[in-house]
Ligand binder design. Structure first.
Ligand code: SF4
Length: 280
């Protein structure tokens, strides 16, 4: 299926955002072809940052949210209409700086939504400030002598908050990333994929990730074992990518609404919609 839009792409040449965007397009197209997903039932949202333009580049229902609020926006949509498939795109500063409380509570509540984080460990749009996931010693516009803070661990954060699908991908491993996105979109509950996607202009980490990442699925990791996932989330020398943890538990909608669709009584009858279309 064609998910292209007419919007001109303004990302820097070689930006890791391209790998994430194209992997998501492949994942959605494959799921639609397999009959597992309906594109017209999808709503995507993004926050503020270079990643935010993702919604301009995908021909899906979309909503540009405030800084750090994409996951809370799609959470509201999902509560109003549980029949939707909702996806939030956020940057690492957006998700773990401005919007960290929304990430924690989405995981705690097990909102049936997917959160894909474009993690390049830098604020690229504002030209190179450090973010919550920047390495200690990172030199940028706001830390010219090097950051004195230890980086945040997004995987441990979401595991500790109650996430039921916790994964990490790397844009340099495209086929693997497509597979992760497909699993995340099909998971019932809060799906979190932290995507390593280098910013070639302000924090080019391609060679480090190429040298240090390894695929969990190749090493027989048990994704139902919380303690094993916790151990993998805390590895730093080698960087595991893949599905760390996946379990099932009731979603927020299951517990709150028990099958009710609040949007339904407000929706106009189909005849009214047909009338509007025929008038045009
Ligand atoms: S500044 Fe960095 S994140 Fe932004 S488009 Fe350029 S390479 Fe990508």
């Amino acid at each position: 299926m064609n998910l292209e839009t007419y919007a001109e792409n303004t990302w820097c040449k070689g930006c890791g955002n391209f790998g994430l965007l194209n992997s998501f397009k492949d994942a959605v197209s494959e799921l639609v072809e397999e009959g597992a997903l309906r594109a017209e039932n999808m709503v995507i949202s993004s926050g503020i940052g270079c990643h935010g333009k993702t919604v301009d580049y995908l021909n899906l229902n979309s909503f540009y949210s405030l800084h750090g609020r994409a996951i809370s926006c799609v959470s509201g949509m999902k509560i109003a209409n549980p029949n939707l498939t909702v996806v939030a795109f956020q940057g690492d500063g957006d998700a773990f700086g401005e919007g960290i409380a929304h990430v924690v509570f989405s995981a705690k509540r097990n909102i049936d939504a997917t959160l894909l984080v474009h993690d390049n460990s830098v604020y690229g749009l504002t030209t190179g400030q450090f973010t919550p996931t920047s390495e200690k010693g990172f030199k940028g516009k706001s830390t010219p002598r090097g950051s004195i803070e230890e980086p945040m661990n997004p995987l441990a954060l979401v595991l500790a908050s109650g996430g039921t699908f916790v994964a990490r991908g790397f844009v340099g491993k495209r086929k693997h990333l497509v597979g992760l996105f497909k699993k995340a979109l099909l998971h019932k509950g809060f799906s979190f994929v932290n995507v390593l996607q280098p910013c070639v202009t302000f924090n080019n980490t391609y060679s480090r990730y190429r040298e240090s990442t390894y695929i969990l699925e190749d090493e027989g990791h048990d994704a139902t074992d919380f303690q094993a996932a916790w151990g993998k989330a805390r590895e730093t020398e080698r960087i595991p990518i893949g599905l760390l943890y996946q379990v099932e538990r009731p979603t927020f909608n299951d517990l709150l609404l028990e099958g009710l669709v609040p949007a339904e009584p407000r929706a106009p009858p189909l005849s009214a919609i047909s009338e509007i279309i025929s008038e045009r």
